[in-house]
Design a protein. Sequence first.
Length: 294
Amino acid sequence: MPLPMPRSVLPAAVAVAIAMMLSSLATPAPAPAQQPPPASGAPGAPALPHASAPYTAKPPVIDGEWTPGEWDAAPPVSFPAPAPQGPLSGAPAPAPTPTEVRFLYDDAGLYVTFRCIDATPVFGAFKPGEPLHQEDVCELFLDEKGDHRQFTEIQFDPAGRLYLRNHVLTAEPRITPEGRLTPEFCDRELWRYSPPTPEAMRVASRLDRTTGVWIAELFLPAAFVQRRGGGGPMKPGTWRINLVRHDWSQPLATPGRALASCAMMYWAPVQPGHPHISPTRMGYMVLEAKPSAP
């Protein structure tokens, strides 16, 4: 599925230098709780959703299975219906291809799990290091500071393959009435690069082709998700996130494959196909305070 990309491609070394420079300006203090901004100039746009990540003293094992009790403390997050052909998606209706997400965290990092129903698995066409969104994929967009200036895109597929992309905005975002970055802004001020996968990061994925149940589990180390705030250990606070699910019914090689063969689901409402250029439309995730010792 072709998606808009900035015309300028930032060399990796320059991109890393920019990211490090911006990171050095951040203080390690936890970000204060944020209030939802206006709906990006879109009259009647859906409200931005909220999720929570409780602190856990017993982190889940990253093996692609929901062992009883592992995720019970994490409130479930459900997706709305697939995106209509309109300016924004996110109407609060149940998705016909159910997807549930849960979050936990401890001092070491963030734990994420997706549980999906995938009746028509479509994956395997891409090489390591290539984007995965033109096949079945789940994605997490994460903006630790919530200032729309740097955010990370994490894609993973039923085979457990991972793709990372950092997005750096070198100016305050300019947005369209639909809540996406303007083409002119993308040309001048949006830079992307793929960082190396941190050694401590973990992903496990299992697909049951009989039932269609696909479970993915991830561990994102504190040094990666809190790099703008000085790394670990993890701290309570409010982050901006979005969750994405692409459920394709036709393989990539299908002649004349139509975009309509993909059920595109977004937790926070965005213009269909544009979550990667909609940082102001991300929802909110609260990392809850660590429980007091008895």
